[in-house]
Design a binder for this molecule. Structure first.
Ligand SMILES: Cc1cc2nc3c(=O)[nH]c(=O)nc-3n(C[C@H](O)[C@H](O)[C@H](O)COP(=O)(O)OP(=O)(O)OC[C@H]3O[C@@H](n4cnc5c(N)ncnc54)[C@H](O)[C@@H]3O)c2cc1C
Ligand code: FES
Length: 512
């Protein structure tokens, strides 16, 4: 049974299967390095290790590369997407310069790897344009120009982008950015990893990761254990850490759509505006005379809105106003990004561990973070010189980001307070087919969903990570946790980390 009640949410990339023969893990195994999570971060790390001779195993609870990576829009950009000026304000010029250098190095790495391994993944080098949003002043552009020069980012100041109403907008052009088809790229990497003796296990939930006294790491799954010299936890939101990292980042849902567009109607480039949240635009080659125009934006904190239709309408209206050449909508999807309080991901040794490494918090730059992080974690595991570790150190403290820390950590407090509030419906008999809602049962809250045939699913509305109150997401037909990013299917199956276990089943009398 699919964990998604319908296919309304479908990205452009999902047709490509990565390591399609990967079977669930059965029995106990050993390897050099076990990588948990098979998105851009996990597969890139496995690749960097496999080409250096390590025996790697990649484990994923779902399909290989079926997580957030299948929902990206795959801009490969080097400037900090939370603005370089904002990053300098929190981390200073030296670390912001290293951050920029690492993100640019990730684009170089993708270019080099797809060339060397002959991976046909639509990779292109192209310009990136940050443009002044309509009805805003140009101060962000002035500040960003200054900041980009401070961190050594090649940048040019222009007037106008080739969108309607934007002829006089202030613009920064960043040369040598990139883009690609993320799943075609990962399909290519997976084939090389397998050719080098690496293995993939799909449909395998990792329940725990522990270090033994002899320094080996034991990864436990329902199908068996894996003992390895090191483990990399690349589960998007980490499953090894209950608090330390989770209090320093927050989950945001973002929306994307593809529209057909005549080839040549828009120059092939990356475009994003100065709003917060920002709009992002790119092209993807299509068949014959049509390409895909991909646009995204309308972000909100996960679980705090269930109005995807309105957000898609707003996104489409924005697109048609600025890009009248856009034709019909072909795909719509959403996904989640994890924003850290100081704008760089957490990559390196897991705080308190010797041989467990993490990769998380990669914001709207998860493609480049994934590849830079793979270079960092692979070098650390192999005992080689790792660059940029200070920028991404998971144990770092950023006192200047206290304001962001406090803002994001109000969410769990608000979430627990919701247990005192009434349910959204008085009883499950009020629940219509195809709908989900939270219902009070005594002191407990129930996450109830009725499918199109009328079958009722009732689960606890308490997230199995640390108990925050879940919210229904009608577009994705899943339960979203506002605290640290877990998602659960309508039947309670955990879909997105950090939760590893399903929602508890609850008996409730149904009198439709
Ligand atoms: C709409 C959208 C647009 C975006 N646009 C861009 C962009 O233009 N450029 C950019 O750089 N970034 C972008 N991002 C961000 C980027 O896509 C993500 O940050 C990135 O894909 C995350 O990759 P990952 O490998 O960390 O996680 P994932 O791809 O989610 O991989 C993690 C894997 O871990 C598995 N897992 C979790 N828990 C367990 C467990 N217990 N046991 C086993 N497996 C487990 C999951 O099943 C999953 O497959 C965008 C994101 C979205 C949603
Ligand atoms: S993800 Fe942490 S409580 Fe839900």
């Amino acid at each position: 049974m699919s964990h998604f009640a319908d296919r309304r949410s479908r990205s452009l990339w999902m047709e490509v299967a990565v390591a399609p023969n990967a079977a669930p893990l059965q029995g106990d195994k050993e390897c050099d390095v076990v990588v948990v999570g098979s998105g851009i971060a996990g597969i890139s790390t496995a690749y960097e290790l496999a080409i250096q001779g390590s025996r790697v195993m990649v484990i994923d609870r779902g399909d290989i590369a079926g997580g957030i990576t299948a929902r990206t829009t795959a801009h490969l950009g080097s400037p900090c997407d939370d603005l370089i000026s904002a990053m300098i304000g929190l981390r200073g010029e030296v670390l912001s310069r290293l951050f920029h250098e690492s993100q640019a190095a990730a684009i170089n790495r993708i270019e080099a790897v797809q060339n060397k391994e002959s991976i046909d993944c639509d990779f292109r080098r192209l310009d990136g344009y940050l443009f002044q949003a309509l009805n805003t002043d140009s101060k962000i552009i002035e500040d960003e120009l200054d900041a980009a020069r401070k961190v050594g980012a090649p940048v040019h100041r222009l007037v106008g982008v080739p969108f309607s109403h934007c002829e006089q907008q202030h613009v920064l052009r960043y040369p040598r950015q990139g883009t690609f088809h993320p799943l075609k790229y990962l399909k290519g990497l997976a084939a090389i990893i397998e050719a080098k003796g690496g293995t993939f296990h799909a449909g395998t939930v990792v329940e725990s990761i522990e270090e033994r006294d002899d320094g080996k790491v034991v990864v436990s799954t329902g199908g068996g254990k894996v003992v390895a010299r090191a483990a990399v936890v690349a589960t998007n939101s980490p499953i090894v850490d209950r608090f330390a990292l989770h209090t320093k980042m927050a989950p945001y849902r973002t929306y994307a759509m593809a529209l057909s567009i005549r080839k040549g109607a828009l120059p092939d480039a990356l475009y994003w505006d100065t709003l917060d949240p920002y709009h992002y635009v790119r092209l993807q080659p299509g068949e014959d005379r049509t390409d895909y125009l991909i646009v995204g934006g309308e972000d909100h904190k996960s679980g705090e809105a269930d109005d995807a239709e309105m957000r898609f309408q707003a996104l489409e209206a924005w697109t048609r106003n600025l890009i009248p050449a856009a034709q019909e909508v072909t795909h719509r999807w959403s996904g989640q990004v994890l924003e850290t309080i100081d704008y760089a991901g957490f990559i390196g040794k897991n705080p308190g561990s010797n041989n467990i490494y993490v990769h998380t918090g990669d914001s709207g730059q998860g493609m480049t973070h994934g590849v830079a992080g793979a270079m960092i974690n692979a070098a650390l595991i192999l005992g080689r010189d790792a660059k940029w570790t200070e920028v991404y150190a998971p144990s770092r403290k950023t006192p200047a980001a206290l304001g962001n820390f406090l803002k994001e950590n109000v969410t769990p407090v608000k979430s627990f307070a919701e247990y005192l509030a009434p349910g959204e419906l008085n009883s499950v008999s009020d629940l219509k087919t195809g709908h989900g809602a939270v219902i009070r049962q005594g002191l407990n809250k129930i996450a109830a969903y009725r499918d199109s045939s009328g079958k009722l699913y009732t689960r606890s509305a308490a997230c199995t990570h640390i108990g925050c109150h879940l919210h229904w997401n009608s577009f994705e037909t899943c339960w979203d946790c506002p605290c640290h990013g877990s998602h659960f299917a309508f039947d309670g199956t955990a879909l997105n980390a950090p939760a590893t276990s399903p929602l508890a089943e609850v008996d409730i009398e149904d009198q439709p």
